[in-house]
Write a protein that binds this ligand. Structure first.
Ligand code: ADP
Length: 492
C-alpha cells in the first residue's frame, strides 16, 4: 500500500499545548500513523505555553491571504517523537499578536474575542504552509471548529489548485463547541466574499464554523462509535444533527486510543512506585503516597475515589456536588482535581477544607493526574455526554475501576461489572447507588482484584485506532478523487 501524506491541522497537541482530550489525540495519533510508515506533519499555533519547547525558525515568513491583503506569520519547526523512533515534524505558526497570550482559547476573563480570526488564520495558514513546504497532502485532518475552514477553503478558494486534491477529514471531539460568531465577523475570517462560503457558515442568521466543516469535509468522524450515533439524534446533536444525518454514511466513529508510553504504570515517572497487572504491590505504595500528598488519613483499607475533570456541565460534576454529603457518608476518601466553573471549584474547595475525607486541587496538574490514576481505587466520570473520554481508559490501565455514566465513549469502553461500573440515569441517586455497588465490590478483594486485572489487560493503545484512521483516510481519498473526476488506477 502506498504511504499517505497527511497534514494534521489542529489547535492543540500534547505536549506543546493541551486543554483536554483533543490535545492528547493530537500528540499521539500522528506518531502512531508515522510508525505505520506514513508521511505525517502537524501544524498548530505557537502559543505562549508552546515557547518553552525547542523549535527552529524556517527561513522567511509565511504570507497568508487575508482580506484584501496578506498577513505575515513566522513558521518554526519542532517535532513529536516517540521512544520507538517515530518522528513527526510540527510546524508552529508564530504570530505574537494572535497567539502569544496567557491561555490557549481564553483566560480568566473568558474566551478571547478574536478567536474567529485566530483560527481562521490557522486554517488558511495550514493550506499556505503546504504550498510553502511544497507538500501536497493526500489528506488534511482537521479537528473541531477551529480548523473547520480548511475543508471549506479546499472546495472554494483552492478549487482547481493542486492542493484541492486533498481529501479532508473532520474529527469532532466535542459537539458542544461549534465556533459561533455574528455575521459581522465574516470579515474577521479574511475570506473573499462568496455566497457559497457564507451559505455554508450561516445558521439561523449567525455563523457556525462546525456546521460548515460538517458540510464540506470529505468524511466526518468522531471519537467513539456510540457518540457517532448520538450526535445524529436531536438529543446529542446540539442543533447540528440534521446536517450530520445529511452526511449519512460519511459519519464514522473511531475510538480514541491512549498514549501507552505516557500512561504506563510499569514505567510512569510521576508515581511513587511502578506496578503491573500481575503485581499490584506498587499500587498500594502509590495509594499511601497519594493519601499523604493530599493530607488524607493514610489508610490502606479505606477506598480512595478519584475525579479528574474540566469542571463544566458536560462532565456531570454537578451530580457529584448534589450528592456530596451522601458520597462522604459512605466513608470513602475522595480526591478531586480540576478547574472550570467557579461555583463548582468553590464547593470542592470548601469540602476540602471542612471535611476529613475530601481533598481537592483546583488547577491543571499533569503529575497529580498520574498520581491520582495510580493511587485511587475507583474513578468517577458521571458525564452528561462524553465523546470518548480518556480518563476511564487511563484508570483501567492503572487498575482504578471507573464508575461512569453509560454515554458516548464511556458506553463503548466500560464493560459493566467487568472493567468498571455503569449507570444510565442522569441523577445523583443513580450515581450514589452505583458508587455504593462499587464500594461493595471493593469490600470483596478477590472479585475486585479480578476486575482490576481484566481492566489492566485491555488493549487501549493507538495502534488499532491508527489502523482504522488509515482505512478511513484511504476511503476519503478515493471519495475525493472520484468527486473531482480524478480516479486513476492508483490504489490508495
Ligand atoms: P475532555 O477532552 O472533554 O476534557 P477527556 O477525558 O477526553 O476529556 O480528556 C481530558 C484530559 O485532560 C485527560 O488527559 C485528563 O487527565 C486531562 N485533565 C483534565 N483536567 C485536568 C487537570 N485539572 N489537571 C491535569 N490533567 C487534566
Amino acid at each position: 500500500m502506498p504511504r499517505l501524506k497527511i497534514l494534521f491541522s489542529l489547535p492543540e497537541c500534547f505536549p506543546f499545548a493541551k486543554t483536554g482530550g483533543l490535545g492528547d489525540v493530537g500528540g499521539a495519533l500522528p506518531i502512531a500513523l508515522a510508525a505505520r510508515g506514513h508521511d505525517v506533519r502537524v501544524v498548530m499555533p505557537r502559543y505562549r505555553v508552546t515557547r518553552k519547547f525547542e523549535s527552529k525558525p524556517l527561513a522567511g515568513p509565511l504570507g497568508i491571504p487575508y482580506g484584501p491583503g496578506t498577513l505575515w506569520t513566522g513558521v518554526r519547526r519542532g517535532q513529536l517523537s516517540s521512544k520507538r523512533g517515530a518522528v513527526v515534524p510540527v510546524y508552529f505558526l508564530d504570530h505574537d499578536g494572535l497567539y502569544d497570550r496567557e491561555g490557549v482559547y481564553g483566560d480568566a476573563r473568558g474566551g478571547y474575542g478574536d478567536n474567529t480570526e485566530r483560527y481562521s488564520v490557522l486554517s488558511r495558514g495550514s493550506i499556505e504552509l503546504c504550498r510553502y513546504l511544497g507538500f501536497e497532502p493526500d489528506v488534511i485532518h482537521v479537528h473541531d471548529w477551529p480548523t473547520c475552514l480548511v475543508p471549506v477553503l479546499l472546495d472554494t478558494v483552492e478549487q482547481g489548485t493542486a492542493l484541492a486534491r486533498a481529501a479532508s477529514v473532520l474529527t469532532i471531539h466535542n459537539m458542544g463547541y461549534q465556533g459561533w460568531s455574528s455575521r459581522d465577523s465574516y470579515s474577521e475570517m479574511g475570506l473573499p466574499f462568496s455566497p457559497e462560503i457564507l451559505g455554508a457558515l450561516d445558521l439561523n442568521g449567525q455563523l457556525n464554523l462546525l456546521k460548515a466543516g460538517i458540510l464540506h469535509s470529505t468524511i466526518v468522524s468522531t471519537v467513539s462509535p456510540n457518540y457517532a450515533r448520538e450526535i445524529q439524534t436531536k438529543e446529542g446533536g446540539e442543533g447540528l444533527d440534521a446536517f450530520l444525518r445529511m452526511r449519512g454514511g460519511d459519519v464514522m466513529g473511531v475510538l480514541n486510543g491512549i498514549d501507552e508510553e505516557a500512561w504506563n504504570p510499569e514505567v510512569d515517572p510521576h508515581i511513587a512506585a511502578n506496578f503491573s497487572a500481575e503485581d499490584l504491590s506498587g499500587k498500594a505504595v502509590c495509594k499511601a503516597a497519594l493519601q499523604r500528598e493530599m493530607g488524607l488519613p493514610e489508610r490502606p483499607d479505606v477506598p480512595v475515589i478519584g475525579l479528574i475533570s474540566r469542571l463544566v456541565g458536560q462532565k456531570g460534576v454537578d451530580l457529584v456536588v448534589d450528592a456530596l454529603y451522601q458520597l462522604m457518608a459512605t466513608g470513602a476518601q475522595f480526591v478531586f482535581l480540576g478547574s472550570g466553573d467557579k461555583s463548582i471549584e468553590e464547593v470542592f474547595q470548601r469540602a476540602s477544607l471542612s471535611t476529613p475525607n475530601v481533598r481537592a486541587f483546583i488547577g491543571m496538574n499533569e503529575g497529580l493526574a498520574h498520581r491520582i490514576e495510580a493511587g485511587a481505587d475507583l474513578f468517577l466520570m458521571p458525564s452528561r455526554y462524553e465523546p470518548c473520554g480518556l480518563n476511564q481508559l487511563y484508570s483501567q490501565r492503572y487498575g482504578t475501576l471507573p464508575i461512569v455514566r453509560a454515554v458516548g465513549g464511556l458506553e463503548d469502553t466500560v464493560d459493566n461489572g467487568s472493567t468498571g461500573f455503569k449507570f444510565h440515569e442522569l441523577s445523583s441517586e443513580a450515581l450514589v447507588g452505583t458508587v455504593r455497588w462499587a464500594l461493595e465490590t471493593y469490600a470483596e478483594p478477590a472479585l475486585f482484584r479480578s476486575m482490576q486485572y481484566r481492566a489492566m489487560q485491555k488493549q487501549s493503545g493507538w495502534s488499532h485506532a491508527a489502523q482504522q484512521y488509515e482505512a478511513l483516510y484511504r476511503f476519503a481519498v478515493r471519495k475525493r478523487r472520484r468527486a473531482l473526476g480524478q480516479v486513476r488506477a492508483v490504489r490508495l
